[in-house]
Design a protein around this ligand. Structure first.
Ligand SMILES: O=P(O)(O)OC[C@H]1O[C@H](O[C@H]2O[C@H](CO)[C@@H](O)[C@H](O)[C@H]2O)[C@H](O)[C@@H](O)[C@@H]1O
Length: 399
């Protein structure tokens, strides 16, 4: 059995998720304000830099430990039976509570279909852990051909976008479908439809009707464009500073950098955390988030996957409409921003992909990418039947 090691709360609160509510004209372009902190004295003020000890005491290492299922079981068999049974009870309770709070989207399919009837579904998908299984090497995170063909079918019936932490270019390479919209770097690099979103009005980082390297045309929005040289510098520094740490891997996503520690021995997690802390000390306009066995450094702007969903809905002409049902499927902390946007606006459904109980703002859950594939193909089948029904009804009217 497998459950989170953070006992007080199954999942750590992500600082990034706590600041997604400052909407309004241009508010999306305000710098990110750290939780509990204020930006009043200085635009980018931050607590004095932490030294090695601070990295440990500030909870970074705990966050790193809880960012994906632990390799070892948390409890021993045999000698400490009382403790073991208590842990089993606790785990069962968590699972039961989770199943009640976030029922399986597959088991609840009828309910979802009923609500979606006569509505236009807009589909938003995360990539890693949602369309592809989590693997040790990020370069080997391929989606199956079956999944690709299901996603292609989904896009035939519903406007569909992939919103990933990876660079837009990389995620397009992995998915390879021209029928979709892509947002990379946690939504900081969107190639959306040609429709206009007010969030980008007069924004210097908005380019209308552009064609990207893949020949795809659309409107490009990169709210953190001015950070590109800084991110590049940070990437090179992190590669250099982590090169002595076996298993560490640094990725450049153009608008953010990932530092992977999945393949690093636990005793070396602290030096990894320190390398990231050193970057934050040097670049006060950058902030840290974490995902599944990965620390990420990104610009301190008020923009995330939730904002990207709002942006895409607006560009598609689908925001604030009662006849639209957005669905977002994702597995990671960064997806929580999107779940929140849908939940708070009572606009649609977030579906969390997780095999274990987690605190989440999603409404439903799915266990793994295989279940995601089942859910997506059920949705396509249902839609075809619905469309078939509509055609029949129209024929009857004509007759
Ligand atoms: O938003 P996503 O599309 O889910 O991207 C989030 C991160 O995904 C990748 O890392 C994760 O998947 C890897 C491959 O399975 C795994 O090795 C790693 O431990 C996970 O964190 C990607 O490499 C990151 O850059 C993305 O930020």
């Amino acid at each position: 059995m497998d459950f989170e090691s953070n006992h007080s709360s199954p999942v750590l609160a992500d600082p990034a998720s706590t600041n997604s509510s400052r909407l309004g004209i241009y508010s999306n372009l305000l710098p990110y304000s750290p939780p509990g902190g204020s930006l009043s004295s200085s635009k980018y003020s931050r607590k004095k830099p932490g030294k090695l000890d601070e990295v440990c005491s500030s909870g970074w290492l705990d966050a790193m430990k809880s960012s994906s299922p632990p390799r070892k079981k948390l409890f021993k068999d045999g000698s400490d039976t009382a403790y073991s049974s208590w842990m089993v009870m606790l785990a069962l309770l968590l699972i039961i509570c989770h199943a009640f709070k976030h029922p399986s989207a597959l088991n609840s399919f009828e309910e979802i279909a009923k609500f979606a009837k006569n509505k236009k579904i807009a589909m938003f998908l995360d990539y890693d852990g949602t369309l592809s299984p989590i693997v040790d090497d990020p370069d080997n995170a391929f989606m199956s051909d079956d999944m690709r063909s299901v996603v292609k079918n989904v896009a035939k019936h519903f406007p569909t976008a992939i919103i990933s932490g990876r660079s837009r270019y990389k995620v397009y390479q992995l998915v390879g479908l021209t029928e979709l919209y892509y947002a990379g770097s946690h939504g900081m690099d969107i190639l959306g439809p040609v429709g206009k979103a007010s969030m980008s009005n007069d924004h210097p980082n908005y380019t209308e009707s552009t064609t990207d390297q893949q020949g795809k045309e659309g409107n490009l929005f990169q709210p953190a464009r001015e950070f590109v040289p800084m991110i590049d510098e940070v990437f090179r520094t992190l590669v250099e500073n982590t090169k002595g740490i076996e298993g560490a891997k640094v990725e450049n996503h153009k608008f953010c950098v990932s530092v992977h520690f999945r393949n690093v021995d636990e005793e070396n997690w602290q030096p990894i955390a320190q390398c990231v802390q050193d970057i934050l000390d040097k670049y006060p306009r950058l902030r840290r988030t974490h995902g599944r066995k990965v620390l990420e450094v990104r610009p301190m702007i008020d923009w995330n996957k939730g904002k990207a969903v709002e942006f895409l809905l607006e560009s598609l002409g689908l925001s604030n409409r009662d006849d639209v049902l957005p669905i977002y499927i994702g597995d990671d902390l960064s997806d929580e921003d999107a779940f929140k946007v849908l939940r708070e606006g009572n606009r649609g459904y977030g579906i969390l992909v997780s095999s274990r109980p987690k605190e989440t703002s999603a409404v439903y859950s799915l266990k793994d990418p295989k279940e995601v594939m089942k859910f997506l193909s059920s949705l396509v089948t249902w839609k075809k039947v619905e469309e078939g029904g509509c055609i029949l009804n129209n024929r009857r009217t004509i007759l």
